[in-house]
Structures are given as C-alpha cells and as structure tokens.
Design a protein around this ligand. Sequence first.
Ligand code: ZN
Length: 548
Amino acid sequence: MTTDMLIAGGRVFRSLAGGFAEAVLLRDGRVAAIGTLQDVQDAASPGVKRIDLGGRVAIPAFNEAHMHLLSYGRGLRQVNLRPDDGVHTLDTLLSRIAAAAKRTKPGDWVLGRGYDHVVLDAGRHPTAEELQQAALDHPVYIVRTCCHMGVASTAALRLAGIGHNTPVPEGGAIESRGGRLTGLLQERAQGLIKEHVPVPSETSMVEDIEAAGRDLAARGFATASDMNVGMTGGFAEIGAYRRALEEGRLMQRMWQVLAGNPEGIADEAWESGLRPDTTDDMLAWGGVKTFADGSAGGLTAAFFDPYEASQGGGTGIFCFSDAEQHAMLAKYHAQGWQLDIHAIGDAAIEQVLAGMEAADTQAMPVLGRRHRIEHCGFLNAGQRRRMKARGIIPVPQPVFLYEFGDVYLKVLGRTRSEARYPMRTWFDEGHNPSASSDSPVCTVDPFVNIYTMMTRKTVRGTVIGADQCLTAAEAVHCYTWAGAYTQFAENRRGTLEVGQFADLTVLSCDIFDAAPEDVLTTQADLTLRGGTILFDRHGEAAAAAAAQ
Ligand SMILES: [Zn+2]
C-alpha cells in the first residue's frame, strides 16, 4: 500500500540540475507534482496527508551503488571487531573473541569481522596462536575490515587442512614467519577457510537480507546492491533474494551483481537460465563481478610503482593473469552482463581497462553498456580518458578516505593518496562517479560518506586532496542520481521530478545549508520507496495517515 502525501515546510532537493522546490506531492508511488507550494497544493486532492518538514530537507532516497547486502546482514550476527565499535587494542579484540566463544557451542565456528591491524595498539594482525588461546574449543576466523584478508586460529587451520605444504592458491598468499604459519590468509587463499565454514540456510539468509534492509532503511536508502551474489551462500543466495521479495521482506530495490567464476556462481547461474535483466525495479540481475586486485591498506592492491619502502615495497597482488582476466571479461560482456570489476591500484585498473577494450567489438560495443570499475582508487589521466571514451563508470567509496586515509598516507605516500578517488576531477570531466560504502567494508552511514566528499578529511581530521572536495549538492547527486545511472534507472529514480518513483528521504537537518561537521550527525527521519513507508523515525507519516 502506498501513501499519498504532500511534503512541504522545508526545502525539497529535486536534483543537482533542478535545484530546490518548496513542496512535493506523491501519489500512486510516483512524484505527482513538485514546485511552488501553491502549485503543489493545487494539484493535491482534499484530505491529502501532509508532512511538515519544519525546516528539514527532503531529497531523493539514497542509492547504495556498491555494497554487499547479504554479508552486511550476516555480519550483524558476527563478532564486531571494527575500530568504530571500540576495538583499538589486541586485548579487546581477543577478549571479544573469548566472550563469543563462551556463547558458542564447542566445535562451532566463531567468526569475526572488521578489525584493522593498522589501528590496533599492537600494529599487527593477531596470530593463529593468539586466536587459539582465546577460543580453545572452536575454530576461529576473523576478517580484516577490507575483507581481502583474515586470520585463522590454529584449530581453523587444522580443520581446513592448511599446513606448510599446502599449495598457495594463485592470486593469494599464506603467511609464515620463521617457519611458522601466522594464520594470515590473503586474497584467494581465504577460500581455503571459507570452504569449511558451513553455508547458511536459505531461511537464515532471508533473515540477514531483511535485517540489513531494515538497517539501511533507517539510514535513508531505498535502493541497495549486492555486489558479489554467491560469495556467502553460493547459488542458493539467488533463491534467498527471490524469497525475500516474495515474502515482502526485501526493503530496498536491489541491483544484483553475480560473483564471477572460478570462485563465484555466474556460470552456474547462466546455465540455470538466469539472464541479465536491468528493468526489474525490485530485483534486477545486472552484472557480473570479478576481482583484479586486493586492497591498498592491506598492501594487496596492484600498482605500477611500489608501496613505500617503510612497508617493504612490493607492488601488490593480481588475482588473475591478464589472459585469465581478459577471457572472463570477454565472456561476461558477450553474455550481455554489465561488467563490475574490482580494481584499486593503477596496474589493476590497467588490466581491467585493457580487457574491456579487447572485448569491445563492432558487433558488441562497450559504449552504452555502462561497465563499471569498482573502487577505481588510483588512476592516471590517460586511464580516465580511456574510461570516458567507452562510457566506463568509476564506482568509488569516498568513505575509504575517511576510514583508511591515514593508512594510505603511510603505505602509499602523500602524492598518490591525494590523487585517490579524484571526485572533483571525475565530476568536472563528466564521469558520473557514484558514491557507496562497500559495506560491510566501511560504515554504511551515508552521512560520513557525504562529509568525506565535502571535506576530504580522514577520521583523524587529516585532509587528503583538498582540491577534490564536492559541494553537498554534488555529493548527494553522487549518492542518488549517479547510483541510479549505474543501474540504467536514472529515468525512474534518483531525482524528484514528476513521474519518477516516490523514493524519498527526509533528513533531520538541511545539509545543503549546514557546516560539514553537522552533516556527520544528520539522520534519516523518513524513508519512502515508491511511496511505501520503509522507515519513520518519529512516526510522523503514520500520524499523518491517522489524521486523515
Ligand atoms: Zn565490495
């Protein structure tokens, strides 16, 4: 059931190009009128429900262009080891694992997520033995905030059969020091552990999808994405999403991107008959993702020039050879999928760009397909030109700068860090960069992301690349219209114009007229998707309905 509403009493942000309106009328799930209060009132039927903004602002609902909805929901069940949840010391980390072990049946896995060894007091990853001591009767696996590496306890290593003679999977690393396994597994070596973690049931995945969706609704999102469908629960994830939709437990409109093979499910999905469908406004199967490299903070993003000497140099890890990567890109491009390829370092971006260029044929041109480079952290002017020429979209996470910027300075130096995520340059060159969090990698809070786009400040207040700041309106544009653009949906959502979906969020503060620091404490008060109330912090929409 959708709700017809007249929203006024504060500014309504139509779009970057359209500026602000005084009021908006929503009817039958769409924007029915927008403009001056007088015009909108004239268009409204008598007895329409009214929301008084009281100086707040209404915007098109946020669009999470790159996140992992199911893993985010799954992560809500795992041990939270994130620094912003108070884990700054190795002791705290280990005591949280120990406490979780006490609550867990002996023999069952204890899984943790989100630690950052760089900000831990010890300045290093925990070891297999330390995790073992914290949970003697359980296999433990904890994943670093970037999700590109993790540490397994001694019992977990044993259970997965990982020893000194285990062949290191290509595109991965198993760390040992002084002849001992440390437990640290990087990139594709993580698969050795993941194989042994029980696959969640469909029912529990539906619960995760719903829990994540409710959390996102409370932050103003009417559209989200799962950028690696199949990586947690395999092929069954497709069924879990379909069931969530059928049972009315899917909160956001979803843009779904299948995990490419060999680890993923894209080939299985294709054989089962799944085909690209970008037009479904609730559950669109849009693309296929592959990985080219790892993360900069974890020293696994692939660069032309080495990391800082203090970090031991090195140029990162390629997940696949050029030939392997290019063959995958050609295949998924020919099948009609959007390519959504993870590449952070300039050398990895080069591999991906060259592969997309090689897949570009007269019969099947790349231009118009809106292929994406996910993260797209560090690239040069030539690479930007080549992306523009083929309409390849950068999908960055400005919030990486906030959470990891101080680490980038340390491992990559200032010049490279300042050029990271060149939002202003992209904007001015017409690249349509969207904004997203890669959650559960970073906080899914959109206001931290907008603050970062406006200030280029890290969590410690370090400014990195001040010339790349955006205005609040530009930042919101990246989080709304630009996200919809990557999903071929900019003519249906992402702006508040007549005929667009009634996907709208009321913010607690008019961020277009606020100091950046006030953006950080802003909240979503009301979230609508197609006029349906997803979240109503103060019960105002419910009250308006009752007053009718
Ligand atoms: Zn991601």
